[in-house]
Design a protein around this ligand. Structure first.
Ligand SMILES: Nc1ncnc2c1ncn2[C@@H]1O[C@H](COP(=O)(O)OP(=O)(O)OP(=O)(O)O)[C@@H](O)[C@H]1O
Length: 313
C-alpha cells in the first residue's frame, strides 16, 4: 500500500523499480513479476473501426509505465476502458486480482485506481478546494449505516479538509484555494487534477497526457511530482506525447499503434527501436482528439463528479 498521500517518502524508488523489471522480456504483453493491473483480449470497436485490440497487458506494481503511440493509436480509449468510462466489445481485466468488468468508474476509483483526463475543464466551475473535496472518495459518511454517526462523518470531513490543504501545499496551489479552477493556468490545472486524484489515496494513478498545455517552467515541477508518486510507493501509468518526459521518468514503456501493443521495454531500448521510431514519426501529428470524443469524455467525467456529490448529499 502507498504511504499517505501527503508525504513524499516511501518504499519505492528508481533503482528498486528498474530492478523489479530487469528480467522482464522486451516484448508486447510481457508478464511482470508483480502486476497490479492485468488485461486480456480487450477489444473496442466504433462502427467498423477497431480502436483497441489488446491481447495481453500487465502493469508492474510500484513503477512508472508510459503508454505511448501516434495520435489515434487507441491510448485514451484503452484508458477509458480500464477505468470504467467506456465498455469494451469484449475482454477482461483485473486490478489487484479483482475483476473490473462491469465496475462503474466511481467504484474503480474507490478501489484505488484513479485517472486524470487529457482535458481538465470539467473542474473549471468549482473552486480549487471544492475540486479537492470531489476527489475524496473514501468518506465514511457515504453509507446509510455510517450516516447515522454524524459526528464521525464530521470528523472525516475535517480530516478531508486537512488532507486537501496538505496536498494543495505540496502541489503549490494553496494560495489558489478559493479561486475557480477555470482561472488556473493549464499547468496549474494539471497539478490540481493530480492533487485531486491523490485525495482518494490511490494505489494506481493513471495520467492522460500530464504535460499537455504545461509551460516549460512548470514541467520540471510536474516531473518531480510524478516521480514522487512512485517514490511513495504508488504505481503510475501515463499516456504522453512528450518524449523528453517519457525518457526522463519512465521505468517501462509500452507502445501502441492501431489499437495494439507493438513494443515494450525500458525507455532507452524502446526509443531506439527503429520500427517504433518509424511508427511514431510516420503517423504522429499534433491534432487533438475529436470534439465529439472530447465532449463525451467531459460529460462522463462530469457525471462521475455529480455522482460523488449526490453520494455526499
Ligand atoms: N467515441 C468514439 N467514436 C468514434 N470513434 C472513436 C471514439 N473514440 C475514439 N475513437 C477513434 O478510435 C481511435 C483511437 O482514438 P484514441 O483517442 O483512443 O487514440 P489516442 O491514441 O488516445 O490518440 P491521441 O494521442 O490523439 O489522444 C481513433 O481513430 C478515434 O478517432
Amino acid at each position: 500500500m502507498p504511504a499517505d498521500a501527503t508525504t513524499t517518502t516511501g518504499a519505492g524508488d528508481l533503482s528498486a523499480a528498474r530492478k523489479a523489471l530487469q528480467d522482464v522480456p522486451h516484448e508486447p504483453g510481457a508478464p511482470k513479476p508483480d502486476p497490479i493491473l492485468v488485461a486480456d483480449d480487450i477489444v473496442r470497436q466504433f462502427g467498423g473501426l477497431t480502436a483497441v485490440d489488446v491481447k495481453h497487458f500487465e502493469v508492474q506494481r510500484g513503477v512508472i509505465t508510459a503508454l505511448i503511440g501516434p495520435n489515434g493509436a487507441g491510448k485514451t480509449t484503452f484508458f477509458n476502458l480500464l477505468t470504467g468510462f467506456d465498455r469494451p466489445s469484449s475482454g477482461s481485466w483485473a486490478f489487484n486480482g479483482t475483476s473490473l468488468n462491469k465496475v462503474a468508474a466511481y467504484k474503480v476509483s474507490r478501489m484505488g485506481m484513479v485517472r486524470t483526463f487529457q482535458l481538465t475543464k470539467v473542474l473549471s466551475k468549482l473552486t480549487v478546494i471544492e475540486n479537492m473535496r470531489v476527489g475524496a472518495t473514501k468518506q465514511r459518511g457515504e453509507g446509510l449505516f455510517s450516516a447515522m454517526f454524524a459526528p464521525l462523518w464530521r470528523s472525516q470531513e475535517s480530516a478531508n479538509t486537512k488532507r486537501a490543504d496538505a496536498l494543495l501545499e505540496r502541489f503549490l496551489l494553496i494560495k489558489k484555494r478559493e479561486d475557480f479552477a477555470g482561472s488556473l493556468s493549464g499547468g496549474q490545472r494539471k497539478l490540481l487534477e493530480m492533487a485531486r486524484a491523490l485525495m482518494a489515496d490511490p494505489e494506481l494513478v493513471m495520467l492522460d497526457e500530464p504535460m499537455a498545455g504545461v509551460n516549460p517552467a512548470l514541467k520540471q515541477s510536474l516531473l518531480g511530482h510524478v516521480k514522487s508518486l512512485r517514490d511513495e510507493g504508488r504505481t503510475v501509468l501515463f499516456v504522453e506525447h512528450d518524449m523528453d518526459m517519457v525518457r526522463d521518468i519512465s521505468d517501462w514503456v509500452v507502445v501502441m499503434a492501431q489499437g495494439q501493443i507493438v513494443a515494450e521495454g525500458p525507455p532507452d531500448s524502446v526509443m531506439s527501436n527503429q520500427s517504433v521510431i518509424d511508427a511514431y514519426l510516420g503517423s504522429h501529428h499534433d491534432q487533438d482528439i475529436s470534439e465529439d470524443l472530447e465532449e463525451k469524455i467531459l460529460a462522463e467525467a462530469q457525471a462521475e463528479i455529480d455522482h460523488e456529490e449526490d453520494h455526499r448529499g
